[in-house]
Design a protein around this ligand. Structure first.
Ligand code: ACO
Length: 428
């Protein structure tokens, strides 16, 4: 029998349907509440609001579980690649060899930006933040594909997906080269997705960058671990924009903007800056921990805490292990890694962090890996954006395939009641 929740309000009882997900997550369907009762629900920051039903990613924050289309992240991290996982997330299944080859070829065929885009890069000042360039250029790219503007064209979805997934990496590398005043390096079709990105980032017109396989693998893993994370701030933004029937590129560009903030994707940059500051101050992390616990200091232990995980972020465990192994393989010793480990140990023993269930999240160690493979700090959030693209595309697809009404939350108004307009001359 279907479950029903009962709400008692002003002497009346209202019956609300209970929706149950495939992992027994239960939600009370309040979509008719305002019509039936005149009330809305209030949930500042959406901590208890299910904004959609989705088949892409499952997270159990209490148990530290993350699965893409049902497959545990640990297994994908060990056995798969970013592009295979992108196929899984977007199309709902692991590709066969033939499907994977077709998908990879399609990405290669669409890796070049329209040449006219080069002029747009010229317009940005040197030292422009690459996230600003990335979001602008993703939007600008849509201008070259007029068929994108028609949300009802389903026949172009696969090619639009390939363009976006492939070109986000080209744009990201170009944005970096621009921010450093370096010449643009074109992609090489024979290289795999992540190696190609490293080539475009680091090669010179007269000398190819030597791509270390372990570095390419570590970066591919970072992309894979970021590929989706259900209704986080940027993905919810993509769905919000998509619900207005905006095109795929416009929706993804909005996702990039949402991701930029330091409480979301910007945290990986903030973690490295924090570690560098701690190192420069000659602190082993203890003073910083004390400041992070003091609400008046304005400081937080960046890379710690998560809205959903109240346990170890499973991605953080994988990243930490990869970080340890990579630094050994590359023969790099990084004092920031020692500081990070000390911070983690100290925080996990400290009642402030324990009581609030604050554990390291995916950003805590990813910056140290990126630093070791020569990714500059201002590119960290861009790397996150490249990785998150499959999740944004899959969520866009869900919105388009089961079009609901435009996303439009309500509010509880707390401003002035009816107020008179005072003519300019009479205002004090
Ligand atoms: N350092 C110190 N205290 C913290 C931290 C932190 N990193 N995170 C949370 N707290 C404290 C808060 O001050 C609050 O304390 P209080 O109950 O005494 O007032 C309590 O823990 C709950 O914090 P909220 O901000 O309410 O938790 P919320 O779920 O809204 O925020 C967030 C989650 C934004 C991730 C937060 O933990 C944070 O700011 N972390 C640092 C930034 C970061 O690493 N972001 C990356 C997130 S993962 C991602 O986007 C990939």
């Amino acid at each position: 029998m279907d479950k029903i929740a009962e709400l008692s309000l002003e002497g009346k009882t209202f019956r609300l349907p209970v929706v149950e997900g495939s992992e027994q997550e239960r939600a009370i369907d309040i979509s008719a509440l305002r019509n039936d009762t005149g009330y809305i629900t209030l949930d500042d920051g959406y901590a208890n609001t299910g904004s959609c039903q989705s088949k892409v990613t499952f997270i159990d924050g209490e148990k530290g579980i993350l699965r893409y289309r049902g497959i545990p992240i640990e297994e994908l991290a060990e056995k798969s690649t970013f592009i295979e996982v992108a196929h899984l997330i977007i199309f709902g299944k692991l590709p066969t060899s033939a499907e994977l080859r077709r998908f990879s070829d399609l990405l290669t065929d669409n890796e070049l930006l329209n040449e006219a885009m080069k002029h747009h890069f010229e317009g940005f000042p040197t030292h422009a933040h690459p996230m600003a360039i990335l979001s602008s250029m993703i939007n600008a790219a849509s201008c070259f594909y007029p068929e994108l503007l028609d949300p009802d064209r389903k026949d172009t979805f696969v090619v639009q997906t390939a363009r976006l997934l492939s070109q986000v990496r080209t744009i990201a590398a170009f944005a970096y080269r621009k921010s450093r005043g370096l010449p643009i390096i074109y992609p090489k079709p024979e290289l795999k997705y992540t190696a190609n990105f490293l080539h475009m980032m680091h090669s010179l017109p007269y000398r190819d960058y030597e791509i270390k396989p372990e570095a390419a693998r570590a970066l591919d893993l970072i992309f894979l671990l970021h590929a989706d994370h259900e209704q986080n701030c940027s993905t919810a933004t993509v769905r919000m924009v998509a619900s207005s029937r905006a095109n795929l590129f416009a929706s993804a560009a909005a996702g990039v903007c949402a991701l930029w903030g330091p409480l979301h994707g910007g945290a990986n940059q903030a973690v490295l800056e924090m570690l560098e500051r701690i190192h420069a101050d000659g602190d082993d992390g203890s003073r910083f921990i004390a400041a992070a616990k003091d609400k008046n200091s304005g400081k937080r232990l960046m890379g710690f805490g998560h809205r959903v995980y109240k346990n170890y972020d499973p991605r953080a465990k994988i990243i930490k292990r990869t970080c340890d192994e990579l630094l050994v393989k590359l023969n790099v010793s990084d004092p920031l890694l020692d500081i990070a480990k000390h911070l983690e140990e100290a925080a996990l023993r400290d009642s402030y962090f324990v009581e609030r269930k604050l554990y390291p999240n995916v950003d805590f160690y990813s910056g140290i890996i990126m630093r070791a493979i020569g990714i500059p700090i201002e590119m960290f959030t861009v790397i996150f954006a490249i990785g998150r693209m499959p999740g944004w595309i899959a969520n866009y697809k869900e919105v388009m395939e089961a079009p609901t009404r435009i996303y439009r939350p309500r509010q509880v108004y707390t401003g002035p009641t009816l107020n008179a307009y005072v003519p300019l001359k009479e205002r004090k």
